[in-house]
Design a protein around this ligand. Structure first.
Ligand SMILES: [Zn+2]
Length: 387
């Protein structure tokens, strides 16, 4: 059956390519979504997880965040889709006026819930709240995401850790294609909510290609690259990302999952995230003794509310007594990544992206001997040589 012909070509999304770097093929785009236009590449913070470490919707908005992520698993369990639907979806519930992306809920289940079992029907798991057995099927995932009303929804996919090899990877890839078709059929709001397919296939190039070929025949509004960033070698990661982006349709958006941003170059930053402040020269632990009497802001060049007002010494003292210190660092980190992505975009638009990367790397690693090998290889694969 040719799905391309049977499905409506109308989607609530438009992608305009603003500029493309001739050297790396990195793109700057305007992604027009139902709630506002997103300027890509973009950093997408997690906005609605029950356990988010202190940042308010107001703050996210004033930092210029155009799209944030809602966790379907957490929201689907508590407060539950019925309540959120009554509040006019997640936008109404959290009073968020910009775009939202929701995941399928499957990944959290597989990673957080020990007792989960995957069958053709869906993912079975025991509720951590009351021990009841719950089935998350492709239909159920889309039904929850339809209730949440997100601008971008993710298909339920069969998630296998990227360190797994053998027949299970192939099974999961084929099942993800079948589940994509069930998700497409279950979507009640194709005119308002964009369903993204997730490319699977582990670290096996042949399986990735089959998945890409099959899924790009479906008329979905966008694609995500899944099944990565789960502990694989960094150069395996890059090979799979490049293979996937080479085969994806040019006119549709791509989303690199689980790495915090669609940019291909700031992946390792997520390693630094916990408890540290991100700075152009790496990361800074305000808790360390050396900052006790340091009256500079975290980053003197940063324009965020934390850096405009507070010193390292103040934050250092605050860390001893108050969780608000973590909050201030989170505000800085989110502002920092949003600003960084804006600079990346600007450099693509102005045709100086490779130069931007070289400068960025030099600041992060003062001596070229410190460049991580995988970063050198990944950059070489997009024609950027570091000096
Ligand atoms: Zn700052």
């Amino acid at each position: 059956m040719s799905l391309k012909k049977t499905l409506s070509a109308v989607s609530p999304l438009t992608l305009r390519i603003v500029a493309e770097c001739p050297v790396t093929k990195a793109r700057a785009c305007d992604l027009v979504l139902p709630h506002c236009t997103v300027n890509t590449p973009v950093f997408m913070p997690v906005g609605t997880q029950g356990t988010l470490k202190g940042i308010t919707v107001d703050q996210l908005e004033s930092l210029g965040c155009q799209i944030c992520l809602g966790n379907t698993y957490h929201l689907g369990m508590r407060p539950g889709p019925e309540l959120i639907e009554k509040a006019n979806g997640l936008h109404g519930f959290m009073k968020w006026k910009n775009n939202l992306l929701t995941d399928s809920g499957g990944f959290q289940m597989v990673s957080l819930v020990e007792l989960s079992e995957v069958t053709e029907e869906g993912v079975k798991f025991k509720s951590p709240y009351d021990g009841k057995e719950i089935l998350l099927s492709p239909e159920k995932s889309i039904s929850i995401q339809n209730s949440l009303g997100s601008d971008i929804m993710m298909q339920l996919d069969d998630v296998v850790s990227s360190t797994v090899t053998g027949p299970r990877v192939e099974e999961a890839m084929h099942r993800s294609i079948r589940w994509l078709d069930r998700c497409i059929a279950a979507n009640k709001n194709p005119d308002k909510q964009n369903l993204f397919a997730i490319i699977q296939g582990g670290l096996n190039a042949e399986l990735r290609k089959i998945c890409l070929e099959e899924m790009t025949q479906r008329d979905v509004p966008g694609f995500a690259i899944g099944g990565l960033s789960g502990g694989e070698e960094k150069d395996d990661f890059w090979r799979m990302v490049t293979l996937s982006t080479d085969h994806l349709p040019r006119e549709k958006p791509r989303y690199l999952m689980g790495v915090g941003s669609v940019s291909m170059l700031w992946i390792w930053w997520s390693d630094f995230w916990f408890g540290s402040a991100l700075v152009p020269w790496g990361s800074l632990q305000v808790k360390q003794k050396q900052y006790a009497k340091d009256f500079q802001p975290i980053d003197p060049d940063c324009q965020c509310p934390t850096c405009k007002r507070h010193s390292r010494a103040y934050l250092h003292a605050l860390f001893k007594t108050d969780t608000a210190a973590m909050h201030h660092v989170t505000v800085h980190n989110i502002a920092y990544q949003l600003t960084l992505m804006r600079s990346v975009r600007q450099s693509i638009v102005e045709g100086r992206f490779p130069e931007f990367i070289r400068t960025f790397m030099k600041r992060m690693f003062p001596s070229s001997e410190q460049y991580p090998g995988w970063a050198v290889d990944a950059l070489a694969s997009v024609n950027i040589t570091l000096d």
